[in-house]
Design a protein around this ligand. Structure first.
Ligand code: B12
Length: 326
């Protein structure tokens, strides 16, 4: 299929565009592993693209503003007080409890990873040892309308659900006498969620820079909880999505600003799929968040993820047999 013709940002956005490239801020081409620099969804006064972030928020339409009000209400609910007597539990017991609370609170997936310093944005600090990562699914019928209002409203509604689930987990841990801190979007800090989610066994990085989970596809939002209770780390889940993305061009062909490349790139010491920030952001901004890449991804069509996982496992087994027989 031919690529969608190139899209041009409005004059209004072009006038706000900073001299500094977001790709340079993100460390494209850098071989050294380093912490990410704040680029977007940080304090707009301290980032080069801050004026564009303000412009985005000033243009939200009424359905999106209604979802935003729900999301803000969820983020204002206070955490449970820290109980005076800490409940002792083993790492296995805590892990089972955290998973149960997460599911009860509505998480569609949950995983645990040991915190890594290079996930934390410059200028921020995470002192806790563990990160509990949760995923909450978007309603598919709403999400598939991207880049239109229903998808934008759904994304924000799920930010609200993400923070509600993260707070439920943090409150349960605090109720048992141990501290825990929730993190939910849309603001980015203190840490990057995707590398933590990969380490926590929630899936693989897709060509379009979002995470692909073996049953949810990429049709979800992430949130997390930081804590020091003893926990058991999950195992990364490599089910073949990366290989699939190498052959698939659905997102790259459908992306109006052509922000998704065919090849992986070196970014802050990791060779990975990378979305061109300078191309993605203007379209994202003009459409209250876009998400066309999620809407066209085969992994997100209802019922498809399970079939793809089976197909990829069969392909792998066939390759292994051919190798062993060679
Ligand atoms: C800033 C931001 C954006 C910016 C810029 C992204 C960019 N590529 O530069 C804009 C506004 C353009 C954007 C767009 C989108 N975003 Co966004 N974004 C974020 C945010 C808040 C911070 C990420 C960031 O600063 N990236 C800039 C630099 C660090 O990017 P990077 O080096 O290329 O790293 C990216 C990935 O490669 C991965 N990553 C980072 N380090 C490493 C290391 C390894 C080894 C690997 C494998 C991966 C990996 O994480 C980064 C995610 O952008 C995160 C939430 C969070 N706290 O993590 C959500 C987040 C990544 N976005 C998300 C989504 C879904 C989107 C959109 C589809 C929009 C939408 N309406 O939903 C598009 C997709 C475009 C894209 N993937 O880049 C989701 C992803 C959910 C999922 N299924 O994985 C997140 C996690 C928000 C959430 N809470 O759910 N986003």
């Amino acid at each position: 299929m031919p690529r969608t013709p190139a899209w041009t940002p409005s004059a209004e956005q072009q006038a706000l565009w900073p001299a500094r490239s977001g790709n340079v801020i993100n460390g494209v081409g850098e071989a050294r592993v380093r912490r990410p620099s704040p680029v977007y969804w940080h304090d707009p006064d301290v980032t080069a693209h801050g004026p564009l972030q303000r412009w985005f928020l000033a243009r939200l339409t009424p359905p999106v503003l209604a979802a935003r009000a729900e999301r803000i209400a969820a983020s204002e609910v206070p955490l449970a007080p820290l109980a005076a007597t800490p409940t002792p539990r083993t790492a296995d017991e805590w892990t089972a409890r955290v998973r149960a609370v997460a599911r009860e609170a509505g998480a569609d997936a949950v995983g645990i990873a040991e915190m890594q310093p290079h996930w934390v944005f410059e200028g921020h600090e995470v002192v806790q040892r563990w990160v509990i990562v949760i995923a909450v699914r978007h309603d598919w019928e709403a999400l598939r309308t991207a880049p239109h209002d229903p998808a934008a409203a759904e994304v924000i509604r799920q930010y609200g659900r993400g923070i509600r689930v993260a707070k439920a987990i943090a409150s349960a841990i605090r109720g048992d006498g141990h501290d825990a801190v929730p993190q939910g979007g849309p603001m980015a800090y203190p840490m990057l969620l995707i590398p933590a989610a990969i380490a926590a066994g929630l899936g693989e990085l897709g060509k379009y820079g979002s995470l692909i989970h073996r049953t949810l596809g990429s049709n979800f939002r992430l949130a997390c909880v930081l804590t020091d209770i003893p926990l058991v780390a999950s195992t990364p889940d490599d089910f073949g999505a990366d290989d699939f993305c190498t052959r698939c061009r659905a997102c790259a062909d459908a992306c109006p600003p052509q922000a998704i490349g065919a090849e992986k790139q070196l970014v802050r010491g990791a060779h990975k799929w990378y979305v061109d920030f300078d191309r993605c952001l203007p379209f994202f901004n003009e459409h209250q968040g876009c998400a066309i890449c999620l809407a066209v991804c085969p992994w997100n069509y209802p019922g498809v993820a399970k079939r793809l996982v089976t197909k990829l496992a069969t392909r792998r087994a066939r390759r292994a047999t051919a190798r062993d027989g060679a």
